[in-house]
Design a protein around this ligand. Structure first.
Ligand SMILES: Nc1nc2c(ncn2[C@@H]2O[C@H](COP(=O)(O)OP(=O)(O)OP(=O)(O)O)[C@@H](O)[C@H]2O)c(=O)[nH]1
Ligand SMILES: [Mg+2]
Length: 415
């Protein structure tokens, strides 16, 4: 199955059902009181991390996700049913962006977030009876559901990120230390998507991510680019694999080049604990001495002969343990970004524009076919201070005022 680690989706929650404006009827009795029930809330779109999913392929191919609408309320105080939620499964490790702001990290199995909140159901007219208005002939409409465009990014959950030039032997090493069976071949860019391998060491285990080869200039799009580096962002330890048998480059430069590319992608990666592996020692032992002079801590290995592999596993396991103890992996979180959205007034061409969720919501739930509903809306807008703000901004009677999708003439109440 294709591995897809990025998707842009549009999530559309269900609108709330409308409230009902009906009156109690009994044969041979005069008109009874209001008995219109509430509309049901709209369903929400929920993202949930689930291990049964390994890629964002499905979401990339079906990016429109809609939840159910709430059912309208009915006479005799009958409430409308809630709209059906839509639950979307994503791979654990998926992070969610709204306008480039990271809003959720669904790192653990079962982590979930409400991606789009269903609209509230409109209230039926049973709620609007007062001592002075015993027969309210209007009800609220349902609120519209949220609509958002989100960007999802999968960051694999690996403890160790293996980075190196193409053909350096990364996949060979992963196949040697884990049960993973990545494709191995003697040409560059054999690996086109990341592979994970689980390495067992004593009673513990850790996960290594073998990512596609990096070249100089990856951060500007050379080779396969640097987007696969997102899969090492969670890694506690980075392993730089340099190829002693490389014919077209000097392995002495590799570590510096790789480090530069990582930092260009995400400066934090420059601070990560790391380890240098000098690989293919069986081919050119002479070059190993040069590498060791420059990087005395480098570990010589040969994934083919097996030399040095056990001691590498031992060392990296210790580093992972230590790094995890210092900085435990981020647990899943959902950031509730409460957007400040006060009611405010601004010029819009020749008209005035009123913004703010409260005012826009008051408009959305109003039934403009109904006089009483409009009167109620006017009282609410006055109570919110909209009229005062318009006057302060310089609006005069007869000016056009826009709120949400509705336009009015400004008619201040006489004082
Ligand atoms: N002699 C020798 N050859 C090796 C060693 N490790 C890997 N190779 C060979 O190097 C070539 C590349 O190995 P891969 O494991 O596919 O390299 P890679 O880094 O995963 O390459 P990409 O996926 O293209 O980035 C293959 O022909 C391997 O057999 C080693 O330790 N010694
Ligand atoms: Mg490979």
């Amino acid at each position: 199955m294709a591995f897809v680690d990025e998707a842009k989706i549009k999530v559309i929650a269900g609108d709330g059902g409308n409230g009902s404006a009906s009156f109690h009827h009994e044969p041979y009795k005069p008109k009874g009181g209001p008995d219109g029930g509430d509309g049901g809330d709209g369903g929400s779109v929920i993202l949930r991390a689930d291990r049964s999913v390994g890629t964002l392929l499905d979401l990339r191919d079906h990016p429109h996700i809609k939840a159910g609408r709430g059912v309208n309320g009915e006479r005799s105080r009958r409430y409308g049913a809630r709209g059906k939620d839509r639950i979307v499964l994503v791979p654990p490790g998926t992070v969610v962006y709204d306008d480039d702001v990271l809003i959720a990290d669904l790192a653990g199995e079962g982590d979930e977030m409400i991606a789009a909140q269903g609209g509230r159901g409109g209230k039926g007219n049973v709620h609007f009876a007062t001592s002075t208005r015993q027969a309210p002939a209007f009800a609220q409409k349902g609120e519209p559901g949220d609509e958002r465009t989100l960007r999802l990014e999968l960051r694999l959950l690996a403890d160790v990120g293996l980075v190196g030039f193409p053909n350096a032997g990364k996949s060979t090493l992963v196949s040697r230390i884990s049960a993973a069976k990545p494709k191995i071949a003697s040409y560059p860019f054999t690996t086109l998507v990341p592979n994970l391998g689980v390495v067992k060491h004593k009673e513990k285990s850790f996960v290594v991510a073998d990512i596609p080869g990096l070249v100089e200039g990856a951060s500007t799009g050379k080779g396969l680019g640097d987007r696969f580096l997102r899969h090492v962002r969670r890694a506690a330890v980075l392993v730089f694999l340099v190829d002693l048998a490389a014919e077209d480059r000097d392995p002495l430069d590799d570590v510096d080049i790789l480090r530069r590319e990582l930092i260009a992608f995400d400066p934090e990666l420059g601070e990560r604990p790391s380890l240098i592996l000098a690989s293919k020692t069986d081919v050119d032992p002479g070059r190993l001495d040069d590498v060791l002079k420059r990087h005395p801590d480098a570990h010589p290995i040969s994934a083919v002969s097996g030399a040095g592999v056990d001691s590498f596993v031992e060392t990296v396991a210790t580093l992972v343990d230590k790094a995890r103890a210092d900085a435990p992996p981020a647990v899943g979180y959902v950031r509730h970004v409460v957007k400040e959205d006060p009611v405010r007034v601004a010029r819009e061409g020749d008209a005035w524009r009123v913004r703010g969720k409260r005012a826009e919501r008051a408009i959305a739930v109003t039934d403009f076919e109904n006089e009483e509903a409009i009167e109620r809306l006017q009282r609410r807008l006055v109570a919110m201070g909209v009229e005062r703000m318009l006057e302060e901004a310089g609006a005069v009677e007869g000016d056009e005022v826009r709120i949400g999708e509705v336009n009015f003439d400004f008619q201040p109440e006489e004082q």
